[in-house]
Design a protein around this ligand. Structure first.
Ligand code: FES
Length: 144
């Protein structure tokens, strides 16, 4: 009987830390709920004030979307949900000191808009969720 107890103790000792430790990999995409994104913006009206290298907040996605203009006709759209703990429902906000950097007000993770929304500093390990952008004529379509 004591051998069985010892075996159970050993198995629990080996397995429990892995089961109790949250895995960053398991956060991505699974906890960020899917929200249909289907937004049309006019290049010379809705986006006329968005210069190259600048960003603009628009409604949509889980916690809002940040749209970044890379060049005249290149745009990147990211969900503003911090990827460290998406259940916190925390929206990243523009870092006032660094251009093109957004920061989670909760954990301090920073994300680079010009680099695929990849985390730059802080505990987050995954990029912001990115939506598709396509420009047809003077209409920008943001979708997933
Ligand atoms: S959202 Fe709470 S950790 Fe960044």
């Amino acid at each position: 009987m004591s051998i069985i107890k010892t075996l159970i103790s050993v198995v629990l000792f080996l397995l429990l830390p892995g089961l109790l430790t949250p895995s960053c990999n398991s956060n991505r995409g699974q906890l960020i709920p899917y929200v249909r994104v289907d937004i049309y913006l006019l290049l010379y009206a809705d986006l006329a004030d968005l210069g190259i290298g600048n960003s603009k907040l628009i409604q949509g996605g889980v916690n809002g979307i940040v749209l970044y203009r890379e060049s005249d006709f290149e745009f990147y759209a990211y969900d503003r949900t911090c990827t460290l703990w998406p259940k916190h429902d925390e929206a990243v906000v523009e870092d006032p000191t660094f251009f093109g950097v957004f920061e989670c007000p909760d954990c301090g993770s920073t994300y680079l808009l010009m680099n695929g929304g990849e985390p730059n500093s802080g505990p987050a390990r995954h990029a912001l969720v990115q939506y598709k952008t396509s420009l047809s004529g003077d209409v920008l379509h943001i979708s997933n």
